[in-house]
Write a protein that binds this ligand. Sequence first.
Ligand SMILES: [Zn+2]
Length: 139
Amino acid sequence: MNDCCSQTGLESKIPKKLACPINQREYVQVPLKTLLHHIKEPWKYILKEQGYYFCNAEDCDVSYFAEDGLIINKSELRTPLSEKEKFEEKMICYCFGVSLVDAKRNPAIKAFVMQHTKLGNCACETSNPSGRCCLKDFP
Ligand SMILES: [Zn+2]
């Protein structure tokens, strides 16, 4: 049986986790869609169909990397990464624009975010550079 040209099953061939080429730690896959929303001038990249991953290590300059060895540094993003910033005003919820300071001052904000996440009103996949829900970043 030859299924090399079939597009179905491609998803499953992409590893769910891959090690960052710089810090060697494993990170989870992010949709290509996420990258397109955060990299500067995305038309300048050759973004083929493959696995993309988000390195959230504070001490690593890599933001995204791909199966083929492509590295996108944090300086190549339009969005400052909260994971890699030390200042308190950093954004933690990109969907509703909540900074770490906001979240610390007003615990009701977390309830608001939880409520609207439940209702499907968040947009983590595209708003958050990690492609994932921000609730884990709340204090
Ligand atoms: Zn890294």
